[in-house]
Design a protein around this ligand. Structure first.
Ligand code: HAX
Length: 438
């Protein structure tokens, strides 16, 4: 049987000439032009990153290796009796571009099992943090604490060739991903369940084992699989993926990169929005005395938040210009499993009232819901009510995408990232010259 490493090696060898040719023969062909608005405005839409792992179309949403979310969910193999695919299968797809067979998935699972043991000191590091530490800090610190395990660092120091960087990086990716589910579950049980830790079960797949370690009964295993898959990758420009890529471009290893990626994800405009959505809805629920608000009631809450100069969490996107298909996938899950759940009704009313309000105000370029608008409700329904933990779930999923990207970054020898900055005076001079010549 061809192993994943061998297959990856073959794919990389086949791919490299494409990158080399573009660079050597067409390096001076223009890929984009940029405006002052883009320079000041967070580099929005500037085509200056490359990834083949996923692509985000503003109107269609994400494709993982060219598969839409419904196609990914349909084509990837699923554990017997389950509705959601193996996370291991998604990882295989992200790395290779191929839909894996059951036995190829079993190989990834076996690799994870082999590398699963979390060093004791990682738990000591988590335990040493103050009890009110945010779970994202615990996750980022725990991941960073494992940096001394990096295979890449050892091999780099021993003088491996550039073309071998990807292989050592792949080792780091497997080791890190094999442990991140246990670390995440440990943070949860340690903080919220009195330190009553549940050991990993090597007979389970990644999603099943995570649900088991969290101590949440079926069908939470399917929720975990769905959640990790939906959050895994969103091309390269979002804060978490870009941070991971940027750090690794300096040849900092996977532990530095993923810890940094987690820190980027922890902001309220990015991954923390799922926590913010729940906090916001709980606030509304309290004021409503638990009643489901009418559209008129909800509009008042939305306007009140906007009046305070705050954003409506879970709505808007820097790239998307329609409802996020990750939102839709979770909505479909809710419609099937929890259609009458009060919090879902809240989400439903919000879906009706927020887009017209944002459209009417005319500021937000995308008035539609993103992935974070829906995800907390499902967690809450299955008993995970500690919403400051939600972004950890996002981070575990995102680690699969960012690790895959970084393996390929090293395989294709993408260089250290170094965009150029200018001063305000330089931009003003550009404007003066442009005016003079028009
Ligand atoms: N509520 C109110 N105002 C909003 C808004 C929202 N949900 N979304 C955008 N706007 C406002 C912006 O704050 C901005 O106002 P100013 O000009 O006064 O600064 C204006 O509309 C234009 O913003 P934009 O160009 O449409 O959006 P950006 O690309 O700058 O930002 C964000 C995209 C996702 C950060 C933004 O839509 C937002 O803050 N949304 C709420 C937070 C959120 O849900 N974040 C998660 C996004 C998905 C994700 O990454 N998940 O991890």
């Amino acid at each position: 049987m061809e192993t994943l490493r061998e297959k990856l090696h073959q794919k990389i060898e086949e791919w490299r000439p494409r990158t080399t040719k573009l660079l050597k023969e067409y390096g001076n062909v223009k890929a984009d032009e940029i405006t002052i608005e883009q320079v000041i405005g967070g580099a929005r839409d500037i085509k200056c990153l490359i990834t083949d792992i996923s692509y985000l179309d503003p109107h269609e949403g994400i494709r993982f290796r060219n598969y839409t979310i419904p196609e990914t969910m349909e084509k990837l193999p699923k554990p017997a009796g389950c509705e959601m695919p193996y996370v291991e299968g998604l990882f295989y797809l992200l790395l290779t571009g191929d839909i894996p067979t059951e036995s190829e998935i079993a190989e990834v699972n076996a690799e994870f099992n082999k590398r699963k043991e979390v060093p004791r000191y990682v738990y000591d590091v988590i335990n040493a943090l103050p009890p009110d530490t945010h779970p994202m800090v615990a996750l980022s610190t725990a991941v960073l604490s494992m940096q001394k395990e990096s295979v890449f660092v050892k091999k780099y120091n021993s003088g491996i060739k550039k073309t071998e960087y990807w292989d050592a990086t792949y080792e780091d990716a497997l080791n890190l991903l094999a442990r991140i589910g246990q670390i995440g579950a440990y943070i949860y049980r340690n903080k919220y369940k009195g330190g009553n830790i549940i050991k990993s079960d090597p007979n389970l797949d990644f999603g099943g084992d995570f649900a088991h370690m969290m101590g949440i009964a079926k069908p939470y295993d399917d929720v975990a699989r769905m959640y990790f898959i939906l959050h895994s990758d969103h091309e390269s420009g979002n804060v978490s993926a870009h941070t991971g890529h940027l750090i690794s471009s300096a040849l900092s290893d996977m532990y530095y990169s993923i810890s940094g990626m987690i820190n980027g994800l922890a902001g309220p405009l990015h991954g923390l929005a799922n926590e913010e959505v729940l906090r916001w809805m709980q606030g509304v629920m309290e004021k409503m005395g638990g009643k489901i608000p009418t559209e008129t009631d909800m509009k008042e809450f939305v306007y009140a938040t906007l009046k305070e100069g705050k954003v409506i969490p879970g709505y808007g996107h820097a790239v998307l210009r329609k409802t996020d298909p990750r939102y839709t996938a979770q909505r479909e899950f809710c419609l099937k499993y929890l259609p009458d759940y009060p919090l879902f009704k809240y989400v439903d009313v919000l879906f009706k009232v927020v887009p017209p309000i944002l459209l009417e105000l005319g500021k937000a370029k995308n008035p539609w819901p993103n992935v974070d608008a829906q995800s907390g409700v499902i967690q809450w329904y299955y008993g995970l009510t500690e919403y400051d933990y939600y972004t950890v779930l996002f981070a575990i999923g995102r680690a699969f995408g960012v690790c895959s990207n970084i393996v390929w970054d090293r395989a294709l020898a993408y260089p250290i990232e170094r965009p150029k900055s200018v001063t305000t005076a330089m931009l003003e001079e550009i404007v003066t010259k442009a005016k003079a010549s028009s």
